[in-house]
Design a protein around this ligand. Structure first.
Ligand SMILES: Cc1ncc(C[n+]2csc(CCOP(=O)(O)OP(=O)(O)O)c2C)c(N)n1
Length: 502
């Protein structure tokens, strides 16, 4: 057995259903070994897309998402996407080919300090040193990705080890099982929440997938303590959480579950003076007999707050469209129990999150890195084939991974990409307007490109929407196209929504 066979068989033993990959000299033995191991490989158009897909797959399935790329520049391309997975607490395994051990330090082809390069954006990152240990290294990496606070792990796989005869064995299934959480201080935490008048639970992004939200909902039902997820880089201005800033300021006791007390909470300043802040890695067992107050309903009403204006908002009949109107129509597509919303980009991504909800939501998240929407949507369709998947993204954002439309066509992944096209990197343009004035708002224009036609050239279904009346029929045709579709909607350049009591 080659080292590469050990890798492929170990992945198969772990239950890996899909590997997201971009080929390259160093990893071709793994491609070859995957054939015999029955390991399906999905080939993408950019290494970062492979990691973004593994990330979305992990969030939606709860499995470790596996990406496989080549060494040197392939690895470097993949690393940027790990940042998003790290901030999203997403259990991703990045496997990168690597220059042969026998040639290290001699200037080998694409030789690079890969493990060091990935280290800042991973829970752990190392280079495998022996062909025999490839299976054990893989099992350890997968365990680490899911144990405790989940996150990405990187392994570099030297090509000579992949080609060498390996007499190591494929680890048993149990070797891939993540470690249980060590016992926390449940009693103390629960006691503090019980005594509080306005308690609040804030979970980290690992709780964003539907199963995490269901866990929080059960906790809230039993305790009456509002339990929310924060996963927006806008923190208290999270566009999907209405008057969150008010709720944070009103809480007298806050339990952070796998949620760092970071910039999103203004390092604690988002809470009222004298509020108690506790930290835990998992949700404590709630126990019974919780006293009820009006606080839960008040908090929930504040979080659901949206300006009344939006419901009746109508764009000019000749267009361009208000982004809230786009959201209102997209919402109608996402009525099913399995629907997935992907939101990405600057201001349009914020509008999407403010106006659309779905049972499953994958957003670029706390990392605040734009560009992942098309890979996210493709992986979402693969993970939940029966779901309607809609990605809402800005026109600037579309450009990052536009060629993944080709991947979606090839793999028959029928999602709908709705591009909010304002011919601008609007989020940054708005910063120029606010900070430097209209006379100095320069350099952020984009062309009014027909992204529907770009997508159509890859083989997708394309729709152009210039007037509000065209939107609903275009979305309906896109959703029914039976293949990936791109709806290019001309929108107004609006700043992201800000919520204030009316
Ligand atoms: C990887 C990355 N590069 C740059 C940025 C900075 N950035 C945030 S939003 C934005 C503009 C996005 O433009 P577009 O996708 O067209 O959406 P719009 O704001 O126009 O709605 C930029 C450049 C970022 N967040 N992430």
């Amino acid at each position: 057995m080659r080292g590469a066979d050990l890798v492929a068989r170990a992945l198969a033993r772990a239950g890996t259903r899909r590997v997201f990959a971009l080929s390259g000299n160093h990893v071709m033995p793994v491609f070859d070994a995957a054939l015999d191991a029955g390991l399906p490989i999905l080939h993408v158009r950019h290494e970062a897309a492979a990691v973004h897909m593994a990330d979305a797959w992990a969030r939606l399935t709860g499995e470790v998402g596996v990406a496989l790329v080549t060494g040197g520049p392939g690895h470097a391309n993949a690393v940027s996407a790990l940042y998003t997975a790290l901030a999203a607490q997403s259990p991703v395994l990045l496997l990168s080919g690597h220059a042969p051990v026998a040639e290290l330090g001699k200037g080998a082809f694409q030789e690079m300090a890969q493990a060091q390069m990935a280290e800042p954006v991973c829970k752990a990152s190392w280079t495998v040193r022996s062909a025999h240990s490839l299976g054990e290294d893989l099992a350890r990496a997968m365990r680490m990705a899911k144990s405790g606070r989940p996150g990405p792990v990187h392994l570099s796989l030297p090509s000579d080890l992949l080609e060498a005869e390996a007499d190591g064995s494929v680890p048993a299934k149990e070797a891939f099982v993540p470690e249980a959480f060590p016992p926390g201080k449940d009693e103390e935490v629960i006691c503090t929440l019980r005594k509080a008048r306005t308690p609040l639970v804030i979970a980290g992004p690992a709780f964003s997938p539907a199963r995490g939200r269901a866990e929080l909902e059960r906790f809230e039902e039993v305790t009456g303590v509002p339990a929310i997820v924060m996963e927006s880089p806008r923190g208290a201005n999270d566009p999907s959480l209405g008057l969150l800033a008010e709720v944070l300021a009103s809480a007298d006791a806050v339990l952070l579950v796998g949620k760092p007390l970071d910039f999103t909470l203004r390092f604690g300043a988002a809470f009222g003076k004298g509020s108690r802040v506790l930290e835990a890695e998992r949700l404590p067992a709630p126990g019974q007999g919780w006293a009820r107050s009006r606080w839960r309903e008040e908090a929930r009403a504040a979080l659901a707050f949206r300006p009344a204006l939006w419901a009746g908002l109508a764009s000019a009949p000749e267009g361009p469209l208000h982004p809230a109107e786009v959201g209102r129509e997209v919402q109608k597509l996402l009525a099913g129990p399995q629907a997935v919303l992907v939101a990405d980009g600057g201001e349009f991504g914020q509008w999407a999150q403010a106006t659309v909800s779905a049972p499953h939501r994958v957003i670029n998240g706390v990392a605040g890195a734009i560009g992942a929407a098309l890979p996210f949507a493709a992986a979402a369709k693969l993970a939940l084939p029966g779901a309607t998947v809609v990605a809402m993204l800005g026109d600037g954002t579309f450009g990052f991974h536009a060629s993944e439309i080709d991947t979606a066509v090839r793999e028959k992944l029928a999602y709908v990409a709705v591009v909010g096209n304002d011919s601008c990197w609007n989020a940054e343009f708005q910063i120029q307007l606010r900070s430097f004035g209209a006379a100095r708002a320069r350099g952020l224009d984009l062309l009014p490109t027909r992204y529907d036609r770009v997508a159509a050239a890859f083989g997708a279904h394309g729709e152009q929407v210039e007037r509000p009346a065209e939107l609903a029929p275009a979305l309906s045709r896109a959703a029914g196209a039976g293949r990936v579709a791109c709806v290019n909607v001309l929108i107004e350049r609006r700043p992201a929504p800000v919520f204030r009591r009316e």
